[in-house]
Ligand binder design. Structure first.
Ligand code: ADP
Length: 160
């Protein structure tokens, strides 16, 4: 079985992330969406909340969602994953992602990093942009899955 991991913060998951996850699920037998909890970012949603938001949006049978606070390659080894899937929005994403892929390869030579190009209409889309628009009272319905839009509105308003 060919297993791939889609790692990220997903704070919150956007339609840009979902596009990459769905395309990865066509290419691999199993995809694990991995909510990484070791970044220093100030998150809007806890790791457990991000996992549950993603689960509500995923329809594909071969996609699982998990979270992890350790080293990505250790998780990949433990779960027999052969690839890390990353979405590339623009050249600006590439420099950092290329460095990460080299570090991961040197830590675990068996792992490959595959880059999927973002859809043109998702090129400008990031979780931070969604949070910014929402906190200023803008309409985020075109940017996030409909299943979770309300949760983001409520969190932005500070209601839950
Ligand atoms: P963000 O930059 O939105 O905070 P994450 O850290 O959650 O993203 O990113 C997880 C993965 O999803 C990364 O590989 C990132 O490049 C990719 N990604 C994020 N937004 C998009 C998008 N709009 N289209 C395609 N891929 C994306």
């Amino acid at each position: 079985m060919r297993i791939a991991i889609c790692p990220g913060s997903f704070d919150p998951v956007t339609i840009g992330h979902l596009d990459i996850i769905e395309r990865a699920s066509e290419l691999f037998d199993k995809v694990i969406v991995l909510v990484m909890t070791n970044s220093s970012k100030n998150h809007m949603f806890t790791a457990e909340e991000r996992v549950s938001l993603i689960k509500r949006c995923i329809k594909n049978q071969n996609v699982e969602v998990d979270c992890y606070a350790g080293l990505l390659v250790d998780y990949a080894k433990e779960h027999n994953a052969v690839a890390l899937i990353k979405g590339l929005r623009a050249v600006t994403d590439f420099d950092y992602e290329f460095q990460l892929s080299l570090i991961n390869k040197s830590l675990y030579p068996k792992i490959e990093t595959l880059f999927l190009c973002a859809k043109g209409e998702n090129m400008f889309l990031s979780s931070s942009m969604v949070k910014e628009v929402c906190s200023l009272g803008g309409d985020i319905s075109a940017f996030v899955p409909k299943e979770i839009a309300e949760d983001i509105y409520l969190r932005c308003k500070g209601d839950c």
